[in-house]
Design a protein around this ligand. Structure first.
Ligand code: F6P
Length: 359
């Protein structure tokens, strides 16, 4: 047992002194919920909670028992403390009203209680993602109070339930990682001030969607895949875990670029990931670690949400690669992208085909 290590409680008390001291208590409640979820998820099939329910969430996705239980865990751990004006979650159509018996505060907690939950049945890392905003006054929050751009987040974080449970957090001054010591029950600061390398040779994208992507993303991925034989002149590696938390965690640990771009698979959905409880908190963590997070056409944190559950294209990770994909979007939008140079495609750019549906 090592004494004198920095626990999460010590860290948040020290880093939220002054203007946001009440938020420290809220973060400690979030961490308590995360420990409950970690214990539940860690039991695997022994918990008796594997499998799906008859219900669907607001996204039309089938809810798993664990989605509902982990949502409950966050509500129960965080509703009582008097810091919150309300909570919103992927698993609830409307924001959650703090029960009458508890005091209200000025913070708003938004979360995805179990991101990548389809991975829990196959024992792959899953996670909880959260974002904290504030409103000017205390009292019950309306939906409109939540609709703030991500650059107004006061704090953001995720927990990853993998071989170790970790909580990665930003309160606006760097991104810091804490590992759960299962013997003492404390989160210990093990990864202070995480930095994302600016360059990378690793990309992550679901390539089964390739035919639905916009040309700038097709161009970027084709160049990565061409490796040494293409214009990049270097081989890239690819990863796809299908669990955003695990993907972002890998990028925070060793760099990389993660993309869930806009596609035309379902024109009603401009991307798969949700702005308020997936993209925004991850974008804040990545930016605070020196990386970049973009829709391809602008900073994720600059997007004005129109609804609680809206989706957004996401490109995030090592700065120079994200900037390159942004440049490809700009070049495509302005008609300035260079033709793809190949004897097979000598006539015109591969990436400006006439029949794309993105205008
Ligand atoms: O939110 C959904 C999520 O599970 C993310 O964690 C993950 O990045 C993505 O969906 C996986 O999508 P797909 O099933 O297309 O690979």
């Amino acid at each position: 047992m090592q004494f004198g290590r920095t626990t999460l409680s010590k860290f948040v008390i020290e880093h939220t002194r002054g203007q946001h001291s009440e938020m420290g208590a809220l973060l400690i409640d979030v961490a308590a919920a995360v420990k409950t979820i970690s214990a539940l998820v860690g039991k695997g099939a022994l918990s008796g909670y594997s499998g799906v329910l008859d219900s669907t969430n607001v996204q039309g996705e089938v809810q798993k028992k664990l989605d509902v239980l982990t949502n409950e865990a966050l509500l129960r751990h965080c509703e009582w403390g008097g810091q919150l004006a309300g909570m919103a979650s992927e698993e609830m159509d409307e924001p959650y009203r703090i029960p009458d018996q508890y005091p209200r505060g000025r913070y708003l907690l938004i979360f995805d209680p179990l991101d990548g939950s389809s991975n829990s049945d196959v024992n792959v890392s899953v996670g909880t993602i959260f974002s904290i905003l504030q409103r000017e006054t205390a009292g019950d929050a309306e939906t409109a109070d939540y609709l703030q751009p991500g650059d107004r987040q006061i704090a953001a974080g995720y927990a990853i339930y993998g071989p170790a449970t970790m909580l990665v957090l930003t309160v606006g001054s760097g991104t810091h990682g804490f590992t759960l010591d299962r013997e003492s029950g404390n989160f210990i600061l093990t990864h202070p001030d995480i930095r994302v390398p600016e360059d990378t040779l690793e990309f992550a994208i679901n390539t089964s969607n390739e035919r639905f992507w916009e040309p700038p993303v097709q161009r970027y991925v084709a160049e990565c895949k061409a490796g040494k034989t293409g214009i990049r002149g270097v081989d890239f590696n690819m990863r796809w875990i299908a669990s955003m938390v695990a993907e972002v965690h890998r990028i925070l640990m060793r760099g990389g670029i993660f993309m869930y771009p806009k596609d035309n698979k379902d024109p009603a959905k401009p991307g798969r990931l949700r702005l308020m409880y997936e993209a925004n908190p991850m974008a804040m963590l990545i930016e605070q670690a020196g990386g970049a997070a973009s829709t391809g056409r602008g900073r994720i944190l600059g997007q004005q949400p129109e609804s609680l559950h809206q989706r957004v294209p996401v490109l995030l990770g090592s700065k120079h690669e994200v900037e390159r994909v942004e440049r490809y979007h700009h070049e495509y939008d302005t008609g300035a992208d260079r033709p793809f140079v190949s004897p097979l495609f000598a006539e015109r750019s591969l990436f400006r085909s006439e029949n794309t549906n993105f205008q």
